[in-house]
Design a protein around this ligand. Structure first.
Ligand code: PMP
Ligand code: GLU
Length: 395
């Protein structure tokens, strides 16, 4: 059947995070007791004050198409947020609201990349980056990192990866899946390298900005000298505000890129959901202190899961500084046979945990680093403890 489809879609790998979550759902429906630690989704409900804003928007009859790039009042709120949290001064023409940060990222790749343009992706990177690049005919250039460098790319590695074809540097900080955060000095060193290569646009995915455990202060690439006019700052409400299903993300970008994203979106999806947009105005204008209780809870769970995983022989964990994932190196298991199953790589390992321990995780291959698996700790303490017990049991 696939020969009836486009080469474009045939070249795309399905999202490993969503695929694993679907597999876990299926197994659960067939009666298996699966603990799902595969999906990066807070197990909190959207805070009441945000839900109230959505109800108000319904009552106020917000039911028509919004402007393609978002309501002006939402752009005002985004501008206020960028100023308040990131010291960035965007104008309305530089903001585009999209259906999730995923669409925002997709738009940017589509409007910036030409066939063969290279995109530097420090590994591990979030699962969808490489396929979004490929869908725009770009070429992902993976820069490997390891647990020894806290899964961070150095300025020297960046310099070495740049070729005349490099069009983009693209990363998330805090990082999904490693939880690493680039500090100011590290970003400044990268910005210094980029000064010598003015053709490179930076995509800085800051969707986990507020989920920060206080070791490294969050910094935005666009705030460094010379970077504002060549950086796309991507953010969204899915993670920190527990609003994954509301589907709102946004960018602050050079206006030529924002205009192009607006044009693309106008032909593809039109404006994002109107009720969700109104709710996000409240989410962004209220103080981030109001969502701190979720961050505090994630911090507690991080401590628990790290303690438990470090107790398992063969698991080597870095200490994530943000987001809600652990990304243990499990190479110690490669080549071993457990319960008759030979583990050759991280995919075998994740599948073994799913089938034998009933615990869903995601293979590190999906994030461009095949030594690790990703475990989301956006789950209750009870589930985390039970999951690790089960994992221990089958290892
Ligand atoms: N960037 C990163 C790093 C993510 O983990 C995710 C996952 N949600 C996204 C972007 C996409 O976010 P959204 O749900 O707003 O589309
Ligand atoms: N970003 C989340 C994750 O990495 C949600 C799933 C997805 O959008 O891929 O698990």
């Amino acid at each position: 059947m696939s020969n009836r489809l486009s080469e474009r879609i045939n070249s795309v790998t399905p999202s490993a995070t969503l695929e694993m979550a679907a597999k876990a759902r299926e197994l659960r429906a067939s009666g298996k007791d699966i603990i799902g630690l595969s999906l990066g989704e807070p197990d909190f409900n959207t805070p009441d004050y945000i839900k109230e804003a959505a109800k108000q928007a319904i009552n106020d009859d917000y039911n028509s198409y919004s402007p393609v790039d978002g309501y002006v009042e939402l752009k005002d709120a985004i501008i206020t947020k960028f100023k308040r949290d990131n010291d960035l001064n965007y104008e309305h023409a530089q903001i585009v609201v999209s259906t999730g940060a995923k669409q925002a990222l997709y738009n940017v790749a589509q409007v910036v990349l030409n066939k063969g343009d290279e995109v530097i992706l420090p590994c591990p990177y979030w699962v969808s980056y490489s396929d979004i690049v490929k869908l725009a005919d770009g070429v992902p250039v993976e820069v490997p990192t390891s647990i020894e460098s806290d899964f961070k790319m150095t300025a020297n590695q960046l310099e070495a990866a740049i070729t005349p074809k490099t069009k983009m540097l693209w990363y998330s900080s805090p990082c999904n899946p490693s939880g690493s955060i680039y500090g100011k000095d590290e970003l400044r060193a990268m910005a210094d390298v980029l000064q010598r290569h003015p053709q490179i646009v930076v995509v800085s995915d800051e969707i986990y900005e507020h989920i920060n455990y206080g070791v490294t202060v969050h910094a935005s690439m666009a705030s460094f000298e010379g970077m504002f006019n060549r950086t796309v700052t991507v953010n969204g409400v899915a993670k920190a505000f527990a609003m994954t299903g509301w589907r709102i993300g946004y960018i602050g970008a050079p206006s030529y890129i924002a205009r192009a994203c607006n044009k693309l979106q106008g032909q593809v999806t039109s404006g994002a959901n109107c009720i969700a947009q109104r709710a996000v105005i409240t989410a962004l204008l209220e103080s981030p202190d109001r969502i701190q209780y979720m961050v505090d809870e994630f911090k507690e769970r991080r401590k628990i899961i790290l303690g438990l995983l470090n107790d398992i022989e063969g698991f080597q964990c870095n200490e994530p500084e943000g987001a809600f994932y652990v990304y243990p190196d499990v190479t110690a298991y490669f080549g071993k046979t457990l319960n008759g199953v030979t583990i050759n790589n991280a995919s075998d390992f994740a599948m073994y945990l799913l089938e034998h321990a009933n615990v869903a995780t995601v293979t590190g291959d999906a994030f461009g680093n095949g030594n690790c698996i990703r475990i989301s700790y956006a789950a209750s303490e009870k589930e985390l403890r039970e999951a690790v017990e089960r994992i221990k049991g089958v290892l």
